[in-house]
Design a protein around this ligand. Structure first.
Ligand code: ADP
Ligand code: MG
Ligand code: MG
Ligand code: MG
Ligand code: MG
Length: 443
């Protein structure tokens, strides 16, 4: 929506908004809130609202403690859940420094910057359609998640097997109240697992939507005594949760990936973009799969990608070309999981694709056979590499890629790699139950 300051004042008044929730996202993809009473509205609209950034992850430097929140009025929204004390509105903000510059440690600012490069390359929009998956666990009396799944249902199962259905329906209705265009909602393959798909949007609003989506899912689930988690692989031996990203570049004449006369009806632009995605796939994995647990999902046998390859017909590879054409012509990246910071992940894949375009990268041939049935030699002959198998290895690839440094900007790139290396070290020094079960009595 294109709201003016007056529109905002009017809506706040008409709807009896009492609190403003100012949202932005930290390095790790966590939504941060600064809540202020409605009396601060004018200050906010004048870009004069200050906060202390020194305690935010990724914002660490001391000189960055005084920060300003500039509201993006197009993201204004009143939460549908009411309290007796009036309504709460939220607005997503950009973080600015005291000298009125976009703070480069803000992932949303960074995406705005990369989208500027896209426009210089002659495109109008980078459209993103995400497919987030999540699990619903029962909560205990203290509001903590248990490991009890909410149901034993499976893909497209109907009630009464699917007990999460009421909860999911309420999530969908809430999202629609908030202006989401929900395209599909269904039970996923694993018990207790769900997917809700909403209509694609331009990159910035798609990332905002992903953040809002996670908040809504968690909030509504709680009302049903359920705990929603976007952890990629909460249970051993069961499919994990991904967040496929469908993507397309648009220019003045529509979808730049579509060409009626092209091979598979894809344009040269689509092929170069695809070439860039494949080239940088290993190095953007740390951004799209940023937790230790992400790599427990990226293993053979659970419908998650493991190899760097693409296909126009097969659903298993890293990048798939879904069959729709025309406006819906798109590439689907299947590795991403919902722990990814959406602003960083989208900036990374866009920069990778633009690099493919700049350098006319021709992708390897598509692989339409089942890659999992090939042996190492066959895969080598088809030039198929692996995705990184641990966060540690993913970070090594990220650290060696200048294009990814450009995608994140030097500040975010350095703080991300440093923080994630620390996270991996913390994991690596822990002794797990699996190790004790395996070795304690054997040796
Ligand atoms: P799948 O077949 O992989 O399960 P879904 O139907 O669940 O795919 O999701 C498809 C997603 O792709 C939706 O979010 C949809 O809005 C989005 N989409 C459709 N056209 C485009 C496009 N041109 N660019 C980006 N995303 C698109
Ligand atoms: Mg889907
Ligand atoms: Mg589908
Ligand atoms: Mg799915
Ligand atoms: Mg998909």
């Amino acid at each position: 929506h294109d709201y003016s300051k007056d529109d905002i004042r009017q809506m706040a008044k008409d709807e009896d908004v009492q609190f403003l929730r100012l949202m932005f996202t930290d390095l790790f993809g966590t939504i941060k809130n600064v809540e202020v009473p409605i009396s601060q509205l004018e200050k906010l609209l004048d870009n004069k609202l200050m906060f202390d950034g020194s305690s935010i992850d990724g914002f660490v430097r001391i000189e960055e403690s005084d920060m300003y929140l500039y509201p993006d009025l197009s993201t204004w929204m009143i939460f549908p859940w009411s309290s007796d004390r009036g309504k709460i509105a939220r607005v997503i903000c950009e973080v600015y420094t005291p000298d009125n510059k976009p703070f480069e440690g803000d992932p949303r600012n960074n995406l705005i910057r990369v989208l500027g490069d896209m426009r210089k390359a002659g495109f109008t929009d980078f459209n993103i359609g995400p497919e987030p998956e999540f699990f619903l666990f029962k909560m205990d009396d203290k509001g903590k998640p248990t490991m009890d799944l909410n149901d034993q249902g499976s893909y497209f199962d109907m009630a009464p097997m699917d007990l999460g259905e009421n909860c999911r329906r309420e999530i969908v209705l809430t999202l629609e109240d908030m202006g989401f265009d929900v395209e599909a909602a269904h039970h996923e393959v694993a018990p207790g697992q769900h997917e809700i798909d909403f209509k694609y949007a331009d990159a910035l609003h798609a990332a905002d939507n992903i953040q809002t989506f996670k908040l809504v899912v968690k909030t509504v689930a709680r009302k049903f005594g359920l705990y929603a988690t976007f952890m990629p692989k909460p249970l051993t031996g069961i499919n994990g949760s991904g967040m496929h990203l469908n993507m397309s570049l648009f220019h003045d004449k529509g979808n730049a990936f579509y060409d009626e006369k092209g091979d598979l009806q894809l344009s040269q632009t689509a092929y170069y973009f695809l070439g860039g995605l494949l080239k940088h796939a290993r190095s953007f994995t740390a951004i799209c799969n940023p937790t230790v647990n992400s790599y427990k999902r990226l293993v053979p046998g659970y419908e998650a990608p493991v190899y760097v390859a693409w296909s126009g017909s097969n659903r298993s590879p890293l990048i798939r070309v879904p069959s729709s054409r025309g406006l819906s012509t798109r590439l689907e990246l299947r590795s991403v999981d919902p722990t990814a910071n959406p602003y960083l992940a989208i900036a990374a894949v866009l920069e990778a694709g633009l690099d493919g375009l700049n350098n006319k990268m021709v992708p390897e041939e598509s692989v339409d056979r089942n890659i999992y049935r090939m042996d190492d030699k066959e895969r080598r002959e088809s030039h198929i590499t692996n995705l990184p198998d641990t966060l540690h290895n993913a970070l090594k690839d990220l650290s060696a890629d200048e294009v990814m440094r450009k995608a994140m900007g030097p500040h975010l790139y350095a703080s991300f790699i440093e923080a994630k290396n620390l996270e991996y070290d913390a994991y690596r020094t822990q002794v797990s139950k699996w190790e004790r079960d395996q070795y304690l009595e054997q040796y």
